[in-house]
Design a protein around this ligand. Structure first.
Ligand code: GDP
Length: 193
């Protein structure tokens, strides 16, 4: 409970810890089963578990080193709240980054991603949160229901970062985190003028 309070409250009010490290709260959104927990695990521990992983704490962490900064990501998973097709506003609070995840082998999850995006847009101030659209399970290309182009054009229309990933194979997962880190770093610099 202590970790949850810390992550939810301080991220925006005090983004730089005493060490000068940039703290980044990143939330994962999307339908059940698209691979949010698996991505969180891959981001944080470079691991994958075939049975649905239980994160078991409020967030997982990962350090990302850029040439001029180190970012400490706190990666938040919905912990099943998305079953009710929405999550509490507290979940979004103070988030510098949000990932909307769908499963390329499940068209319904892509339709839902668009609803998650609408929901997210109600919660954040544009420009303050880096938002990424993540097409997960790219290893399941033989049962693909959503083309690369469809995902890419939705992201382009909305000005979102886009990446196809596989939490299972690890494909493009660290690249995605690095992309997000660069964007967050850039927007934090703009904040400072
Ligand atoms: P969540 O409900 O969005 O958190 O999804 P989970 O992380 O629990 O994953 C749901 C199921 O999809 C689990 O059985 C995972 O093993 C599987 N899964 C997650 N990511 C991938 C992936 O990239 N490829 C494949 N093939 N399966 C995945």
């Amino acid at each position: 409970a202590e970790r949850r309070g810390k992550g939810a409250g301080e991220a925006r009010s005090d983004p730089r810890g005493k060490s000068g490290m940039l703290r980044v709260k990143m939330v994962l959104l999307g339908s059940s089963g698209v691979g949010k927990s698996s991505l969180a695990l891959r981001f944080s521990k470079d691991d994958f578990k075939d049975s649905a992983p239980t994160v078991g704490c409020a967030y997982l962490t990962q350090l990302v080193c850029l040439h001029d900064a180190t970012l400490r990501f706190e990666i938040w998973d919905t912990a099943g709240q998305e079953k009710y097709h929405s999550v509490t506003p507290l979940y979004y609070r103070g988030a510098q980054a949000a990932l909307i995840v769908y499963d390329i082998s499940n068209r319904e999850s892509f339709m839902r991603a668009q609803l998650w995006l609408k929901e997210l847009e109600k919660q954040y101030v544009p420009g303050e949160t880096v938002v990424g659209l993540v097409a997960n399970k790219s290893d399941l290309s033989s049962s693909r229901q959503v083309s690369l182009q469809e995902g890419r054009s939705l992201a382009e229309n909305k000005g979102l970062l886009f990446m196809e990933t596989s939490a299972k194979s690890g494909n493009q997962v660290s690249e995605l985190l690095l992309d997000i880190a660069h964007r967050v770093k850039l927007s934090s610099r703009e904040d400072k003028g």
